[in-house]
Design a protein. Structure first.
Length: 139
């Protein structure tokens, strides 16, 4: 049976994630999404060692982010990510970041990725079995 491919990660907001007012800056959210997405890629068969050996990497080609509420120094955040769709030569991952203590949604994001063969930087087709392996959440 096909599965929904998803992952949950957890991050504590550190000093380096915040501005002088203790509010998380946008780059820190993207770093946390990157961590979650890297773990999701591992579940897809693209762990860091495999990517390094094959030189085939999922590369972000588009990011859309909605900042809803700020996170602050010391907050614990839960980042949920899932493979949302496969569309030709790219695939989309969606992310939701919530504050752990109250479940408030702070950030939602979606990213489009393509597979790129390095060092030539050539795009590669997505594996044909991806659509058969996984099912996608309702939109």
């Amino acid at each position: 049976m096909n599965e929904i491919l998803q992952i949950t990660s957890r991050e504590e907001v550190m000093f380096f994630d915040t501005d002088c007012g203790g509010v998380v800056h946008n780059l820190a959210y993207l770093r946390m999404i990157e961590t979650c997405r890297t773990r999701l890629a591992a579940k897809m068969g693209m762990d860091l060692r495999t990517m390094a050996d094959s030189q085939l990497f999922p590369v972000v080609v588009r990011t859309e982010v909605d900042y809803r509420l700020p996170a602050r120094l010391g907050d614990w955040l839960v980042i949920e990510g899932h493979l949302a769709e496969i569309d030709g030569a790219r695939f989309w991952c969606h992310f939701t970041m919530k504050r752990e203590i109250d479940g408030a949604t702070l950030v939602t994001a979606r990213q489009a990725l393509a597979l790129v063969q390095m060092p030539a930087g050539k795009p590669r087709r997505l594996p044909a079995d991806w659509k058969e392996k996984w099912t996608f959440p309702a939109k």
